[in-house]
Design a protein around this ligand. Sequence first.
Ligand code: E4P
Length: 215
Amino acid sequence: MKIFIDSANIADIRAAYDMGAISGVTTNPSIISRENRKFDDIIADVTEIMVDGPIFAEVLSLDAEGMIEEGKKLAAINKNIVVKIPMIPEGLKAVKALSSLGINVCVTVIFSAPQAILAANAGARYVAPFVGRLDDIGENGLDLAQEIRDIFDAQGIDTMIVAASVRHPVHVVELAKMGVDIATMPFKVIMQMAKNPNTEGAVKKFLEDWEKVPK
Ligand code: E4P
């Protein structure tokens, strides 16, 4: 399973990229707003780091015409841009139009399997079920990811599943076991995956013992 970083913070993206941890970057308007920088400047910096993987950028219009226009502009910025379109009926129209132009589209804010089926039929290259936000409301986000995986496998649908709103390493492990294509997560979760007190303790002890070796 591929790991993407869900961030617009350049230092975090650079650190995750340099560790070989990530093969893509996802953003949304909320993530962009946290950086207090212009969108164009952020995307320019991200495209310099993520030269070999997708960079997801979301449209803001709520009508199909506006989304199509924004989607074309976003796609023109860089060959790696994937246009994120929200899972609303107008969005599906935009997915159909943009994907027929050869533009890669991710249908985002997916909260049910029927939505994922429609998105795939409209031509989405990716669908993004929001795992953690379902957990937040007392449902099971992992169950939704599994349901979409089962349906896509049963139907031979090659639309990729990008599990979004991933909150902790257990989410990541469960998503990997079920064969989800991609999980996107904040830098914090990537670091939680990397770190283990036993590993840190073992490294420290090796160095302490090395001091006892006659020099
Ligand atoms: C997906 O691409 C979204 O940006 C994201 O995963 C939302 O996560 P959140 O629920 O932690 O805001």
